[in-house]
Write a protein that binds this ligand. Structure first.
Ligand code: HSE
Length: 400
């Protein structure tokens, strides 16, 4: 019997307890032994919960109990979650988490503590919710040099954009709907400003390219600037607007990483990833392009990935999984402003001035003095030099 402690009994933590209970036989079969919840740590009381006898408020009870081999951190954030994760690892327990903020900001340090103690710090649920992506990158694609990965990494914003595209729904109504369905982060800014997607692309890029990529080095733009007008103009050219996190490795080995809205062409693998679903494309030198698709948020999909990590941690106690990366250094990143691609521009101008500035363009239409068009391939730096006189209303990258 393996005893686990769950830290934080919110949406994901309660989902983990539910999956461990509902699928207990299958989980025991896969783990080779039963897995039981010994403690649940939360500042709140849950007098009606079947787990009320296992609730504790003092982390040292868990820390000092040698029977607890695995700690599940579903508190979120970098406050108590960071402290308890460190203390659990230092006390000789493996830690499993869905906490992308903590992995993205302190992953290297926590992985190092785990490595030094021959323990595991696992975080399959931190990216893609229930969609497998951490192990596919670290194990199934381990034979590849990965040169690019990009994806729809945030279910809430994809849900909002899908509602805008398919139903003409306003941004605010779609956000409210997503929050009611339990997809959104505690602060809507983390979703709509792209912060959540930024943390996730940092985790994927760190894993794929082997050095910690920190969120503060990743230019990030969310979807608050995407209007129904942009959605309609993009559709008129056969494009959908999606929020992507993207990481590209240069020939010199440095990585450019950023988050922003993109116009996605209808032949792109991500074009039909709708609603709360996530889709992640990885390009490797042996495999070519491969896409991972599935539920990117929600209680049970996320718990599904957390419990898979619990099973893996129970089978690899004091035997490490190679899910790891090194510290960042001065050769880790390069500025994504140097990456060339086509651009969508909506502005108050006429087509002839746009053609004068950009040469070959694809016009998408517009109304009155407002136009939208797509440029040839340009770096962001080259683009901005030409945009100075155009007073653009929207500027997004295009990925065919
Ligand atoms: N708020 C996140 C999302 C939850 O919408 O994708 C899953 O990480």
């Amino acid at each position: 019997m393996v005893s686990v402690a769950i830290l934080g009994f919110g949406v994901v933590g309660s989902g983990v307890a539910e999956v461990l209970s509902t699928n207990s036989e299958k989980i025991a079969h896969n783990a080779g032994q039963e897995i039981g919840v010994k403690y649940i740590l939360d500042v709140r009381d849950f007098p009606d919960s079947p787990y009320k006898d296992r609730l504790v408020k003092d982390f040292s009870i868990i820390e000092n109990d040698p029977e607890v081999q695995i700690v599940v951190e579903t508190i979120g954030g970098v406050g108590p979650a960071y402290e308890f994760t460190k203390r659990a690892l230092l006390a000789g327990k493996s830690v499993v988490t869905s906490n992308k903020e903590l992995v993205a900001t302190h992953g290297y340090e926590l992985l190092q503590i785990a490595r030094e103690r021959n323990l595991n710090y696992l975080f399959e649920a931190s990216v893609g919710g229930g969609t497998p992506i951490i192990r596919p990158i670290s194990q199934c694609l381990a034979a590849n040099e990965i040169d690019e990965l990009y994806g729809i990494l945030n279910g809430t914003t994809n849900y909002i954009l899908t509602q805008m595209i398919q139903n003409g729904m306003s941004f605010d109504d779609a956000l409210k709907d997503a929050q009611e369905k339990g997809f959104a982060e505690a602060s809507p800014a983390a979703d709509i400003e792209g912060i959540d997607a930024c943390r996730k692309i940092c985790i994927l890029a760190s894993l794929a390219f082997g050095r910690h990529i920190y969120p503060d080095s990743v230019p990030t733009e969310g979807i608050t600037g995407v209007t129904l007008s942009d959605v309609g103009l993009a559709a008129s050219g056969g494009y959908k607007i999606k929020l992507l996190g993207r990481a590209v490795k240069s020939t010199g080995g440095k990585v450019a990483c950023y988050v922003g809205p993109h116009l996605i062409g209808e032949n792109n693998l991500l074009s039909n990833v709708e609603g709360v679903f996530n889709g992640i494309v990885v390009h490797g030198n042996a495999i070519g392009s491969v896409m991972f698709y599935g539920a990117g948020a929600g209680k049970l999909p996320t718990a599904s990935a957390v419990v898979a990590d619990i099973i893996d941690a129970s089978k690899h106690f004091r035997a490490r999984k190679q899910i790891d990366w090194l510290e960042s250094d001065s050769n880790t990143i390069f500025d994504p402003a140097n990456l060339e691609n086509r651009w969508y521009i909506r502005c108050k101008a006429d087509l002839s001035s746009a053609e004068e500035l950009f040469g070959n363009i694809v016009a998408l239409g517009g109304e009155a003095s407002e136009i939208a068009f797509i440029t040839e391939k340009l770096s962001r730096s080259a683009l901005e030099a030409r945009l100075k006189d155009l007073a653009p209303l929207s500027v997004f990258r295009v990925l065919d």
